[in-house]
Design a protein around this ligand. Sequence first.
Ligand SMILES: *Cc1c(COP(=O)(O)O)cnc(C)c1O
Length: 712
Amino acid sequence: MAETTARSERETLAARLPEPLRPLARLAYNFWWSWQPEGDALWRSIDPEWWDACGQSPVRLLREAPQDTLDRAAALPAILERMERLSRGLDEALARPCTPALPAMPDAPIAFFCAEYGVHASLPVYAGGLGVLAGDLLKEASDRCVPLVGVGLLYRRGYFHQRLDRSGWQHECWTVSAPEQLAVERVLGASGAPLAVEIPVRDRMVHASVWRADVGRVPLYLLDTDVPENSGVERFITAQLYIGGREYRLLQYVVLGIGGVRALEAMGVHAVLLHLNEGHPALAALELVRDRLARGEPIERALSAARGRVVFTTHTPVAAGNETYPVAEIEHALRTFGAEVGAAAPALLALGRPEGAAPSQPFGMTDLGLRASRSTNAVSRRHGEVARAMWAHHWPDRREDEIPIGHVTNGVHVPTWMAGPMRALLDRHLGPEWIEHPADPWRWAAIDAIPDEELWATRCRLRADLVAFARARSVSDRLARGEPIEYVERASRSFDPDVLTLGFARRVASYKRLNLLVADTERIVALLGGAHRVQLLVAGKAHPRDDAAKAMVRHVFGFKEQLAARVVFLEDHDLAMAKLLVAGCDVWLNLPRPPLEASGTSGMKSAMNGGLNLGILDGWWCEGYDGANGWAIRSDTMLDAPLQDARDADALYGLLEREVVPLFYERDAGGVPRGWVRRVKASLRSLGPAFNTARTMRDYLVQVYARSGVAS
Ligand SMILES: *Cc1c(COP(=O)(O)O)cnc(C)c1O
């Protein structure tokens, strides 16, 4: 693979630093630090307040810190030693040989395509679970030395920051980040000038530059159309993630799919396999076909050869989430591309519809993924069943269980999501190498031997950290909303580090049923205010155009009147907040309307920290729940949504009242809730080895990448 990355950004940064701190520039430009136990502490120790103020971005911290702050840091041995240790660790990580991962080789990697990546809070190119999963998979590929590169878009306006007004209504703030403020470096072409990729969009060639973010050993290439050669509209194509207008989104998909393949080609990255994560990048498959046609291959051969190099993961069991475009719109978006492929254009466009469908039918991104790939997988066992039923019309002569859609259940990257104190506890008890092999169940068996007192003390520490964060954050949220002084000040006393803490934080989409939490006002007030106290933390952004979801946020927010000290809505949920929430909450709630949760991953993050899941049996929880490792609500798919909501809310409150609250407060003489800790151990032991990305990556390597097809 040609080394095409600019040196200038990190060199410029290094030049600004006092001599002893120069190695920090290299650490700042590789997100590897973000999943090392000492990583956060390194930057925080330079200037704790500034670290949080600049969004935990090392590049901004070092670029913007006053010179005397840097000089002071350069004189502190503790900082220098930490820096040395991390630098050595990064050297070692980069020097390890690649793991053979057929068919991928170091010079023929797997190219992972996704519309969003949640690598770290300081790289705001993610919205929710899909992106966080993609980021976790890149980190896992780095840890396992799998030859893999990521391809995505650099959204300069990122995803929005959420602000609530005093009525609880969501407002979106879009802030623009200049690439210089991000840990990305411009990719240069052979001439040393910035690499420029030309992409056929509508009637013209749109120009894109490419940025590279290093995720350990894995390069993540991000395309950016905000370059002077483009028109105003064209420059805006990659401005915002999941931009509201579908026309713009389609242009993003052209840039991501077709442009992504061309960018790899321009960089000399010869991907052996394209992994399309969700339908957004599916047009990449058409670009592979075009390339073969341009070399003079007949269409049939070009199609089957391209298909042999593409694997597809579907994530969306919600019909509306699988985008389709009317023929006129897709034809317009691909007009120049269509001219490039000439007579083959109708055959390529037909791949966006089930075989034999009328050419007037809309073009679906998921349909394209299904038809232009050699294999398709869903993201949990349950989702596999749902996807086979949902897409059965593509295989009209097969029985539903013969539909060729398998599943690889999602996981989470343990070093990212397990909080420091939990990691230290497990390092002590599971042996020093356990973190290298988190998918081995026998390593987790040692959980049973951890003294209850120690595990409980760790849980209490994580809860206390979260409560401290929630207090500080509520004060600043309330100040920003212009709340009365008395109410602001109450936030600094609300919440208690010793009280049972429930959490619910994820994107607010209607099917996630945030409203179930407060479906029965009297009962929730009684529960939270009962003799055994309970507190509830809620966070999540609604899509800017989803007024129903915004109304849900406002509805829950409205409970601040009755339950100010027991319920808090934390604004602007992001990766940094998510880490604290999944670590500190005792119980993680998940209330999707089945079967609409493909997998869900936040519950896995909670489990890694010794939190207990209480969820609807849907998505991953159908595989995860074993009767002893949390709580489950069985909710059959019903046509009558209000009735289903009422039943599920009743089941939720019932479990909380009868089982969760009593178990948490049943203490022995030493104050330890033995029954609770037993359940935490069962959860860690059973869920730890199964729902991490080491297992997910192994499944992709064995069941998807190495094979020509996935069986269910
Ligand atoms: C993990 C995560 C999600 C996904 O949550 P679900 O459980 O899949 O709903 C969403 N947002 C952020 C910031 C996350 O870290």
